[in-house]
Design a protein around this ligand. Structure first.
Ligand SMILES: [Mg+2]
Length: 111
């Protein structure tokens, strides 16, 4: 499955009503923040409670939260009319360019 295929399948469950439908981009941006927090919380608890050891159960929970984050990213991409594959490819190209120029560990969004 590529990112565009994922986005198409994920979009089948992107239904917005009420206030969500008026401002879907804001709604999904808030959702991304929430799901990112859930993912980070799972990782925090692995550090706090399990000394950083990721059990199979925790790995499954983290995987599911990664999926939740991916869903919201796919919908932000769709609502901004950015092909999801394009966002992924552009990121890889950006990183490759930075690595080539030796600025991968520097700071700044446009380096
Ligand atoms: Mg979640």
């Amino acid at each position: 499955m590529n990112f565009d295929e994922y986005q198409k399948l994920a979009s089948r469950t992107a239904t917005f009503s009420g206030k969500q439908a008026e401002i879907p981009l804001v709604y999904v941006a808030l959702g991304l923040a929430g799901e990112s927090g859930e993912l980070i919380e799972k990782i925090k608890k692995v550090m706090r409670n399990d000394n950083g050891e990721i059990s199979e159960e925790k790995r499954e929970e983290i995987k599911r939260e990664i999926g939740d984050v991916l869903w919201y990213l796919s919908q932000i991409s769709r609502l901004c009319d950015i092909p999801f594959d394009d966002a992924a490819v552009t990121n890889i190209e950006k990183l490759a360019d930075r690595a080539k120029r030796g600025v991968i560990k520097s700071e700044g969004d446009t380096r």
